[in-house]
Design a binder for this molecule. Structure first.
Ligand code: ARG
Length: 401
């Protein structure tokens, strides 16, 4: 008896996931492997990948265009939550995992599979995200992770694949481990493992080096409705087009890079480089619009929710009761986060320089230092007396010794 009869395997076309196919069949006794390649905007051609799975022994090879769902149902809620792990990483890789898990679980139901599989190793966050998300969506499905158990080196993996007709990679393989989708790129390993080593310019694809950016600034007006980005420069755009265009425009000006040491869930510190031009600008613009349209207490309370939300997303708990509860809070806050934010792109910066909203709480008559000032200055005196009273009492006691 094998570990499973029929398996849906998350498939990228790379060596590891390709080797998973014969490995599942020959080492683990799986009768049938169906692969699923999800298009999340990683820029790969899907047809050769579909064919490669069949050549590697898959009985069927599925391809799903999930870009729109990715942006609408995963990226946009994260933007509403201003989600940044450890205050910096906009979770571009992490957001893709619960969606891929859902596609696997749906395919398993459709094709009557008793297990799903992925090619993650045992050191990263992604294995946790897949396994927990799959368990949340269907606790009866088995999850197989061959690469977590097989203990083969890179060379051994390639040699194993060659026995089953999987060609060794043609190019000399890059020293980096790279994950990419429409939201961004995550780059680690190789020379980056030394935290003191500056990344070579060659690792970046979505963002220009400052030396190559335009010499004049560019403005982009980002329109939001209820916390959701809906337009650029007044043109309504579907989610995928909006993010693609913004990536292009922001990246051209060299904004969107992050170089950080992050704390993985499995206890390891890792050095990661990210590029996420559009996502970073959207979060910043969204947060700015909130500062115009939410009251002070909601804005400040939401910061704590955002931190919890980001950590939970990073740690693989996208489908969880706490996440659902935080979503309810966040959605409630977004109803009036509607308006336009103007961002100035120039030489590696993306700065918010203007914002407007039909629901703006900004009151010129109260804020102005000019003659139109409506604020009751006398009222401030009584307010300060009451506000400062506990401090005054404390200070007097202190002086008395
Ligand atoms: N550290 C990031 C995360 O946990 C990215 C992981 C994938 N990175 C990679 N280079 N393969 O979300």
């Amino acid at each position: 008896m094998g570990r499973a009869e029929k398996v849906i395997l998350a498939y990228s076309g790379g060596v590891d996931t390709s080797v998973c196919i014969p490995y599942l069949k020959h080492e683990w006794g799986v009768k049938e492997v169906i692969t699923l390649a999800a298009d999340l905007g990683q820029g790969d051609e899907l047809e050769p990948i579909r064919q490669k799975a069949l050549d590697s022994g898959a009985s069927a090879s599925l391809v799903a265009d999930a870009k729109a769902e990715f942006i609408r149902n995963y990226a946009f809620p994260a933007i509403q939550a201003n989600a940044l792990y450890e205050n910096r990483y906009p979770l571009s890789t992490a957001l893709a995992r619960p969606l891929i898990a859902k596609l696997l679980v749906d395919a398993a139901a459709e094709y009557g599979a008793d297990a799903v599989a992925h090619g993650c190793t045992g050191k990263g966050n992604d294995q946790v995200r897949f396994d927990v998300a799959i368990a949340a969506l269907n606790p009866n499905l088995k999850v197989l992770a061959p690469a977590r158990e097989w203990g083969m080196s890179r060379e051994e993996t390639i040699a194993y694949g060659e026995r089953f007709g999987i060609p060794a990679p043609v190019k000399k393989s890059s020293p980096y481990s790279i994950d990419r989708n429409l939201l961004g790129r995550s780059i680690e390993a190789g020379p980056l493992e030394d935290p003191w080593t500056e990344p070579l310019e060659e690792i970046y694809l979505m963002t220009q080096a400052i030396e190559n950016t335009p010499n004049s600034p560019e403005y982009v007006d980002i329109g939001f409705e209820a916390g959701i980005p809906v337009s650029l420069d007044g043109r309504s755009l579907d989610p995928v087009t909006l993010v693609s265009e913004l990536n292009e425009r922001v990246g051209r000006h060299g904004f969107g890079r992050i170089d950080m040491i992050e704390n993985r869930l499995v206890g390891i510190k890792s050095r990661e480089i990210y590029e996420a031009p559009a996502l970073l600008v959207l979060i910043d613009a969204h947060r700015d619009l909130e500062s115009l349209t939410l009251t002070a207490d909601v804005t400040q309370y939401k910061r704590g929710i955002e931190e919890t939300y980001s950590r939970l997303l990073y740690n693989g708990l996208w489908y969880s009761p706490l996440k659902e509860a935080l979503d309810a809070f966040i959605q409630q806050t977004q109803k009036r986060v509607t308006g336009t934010v103007r961002v100035k792109l120039f030489k590696g910066t993306a700065r918010v320089v203007g914002r407007q909203s039909p629901y703006s709480l900004y009151t010129p008559d109260l804020a102005t230092y000019g003659a139109e000032d409506q604020f009751d200055h006398k009222a401030a005196e009584g307010f300060i007396y009451v506000w400062g009273l506990p401090t005054r009492v404390w200070a007097e006691k202190l002086r008395q010794g």
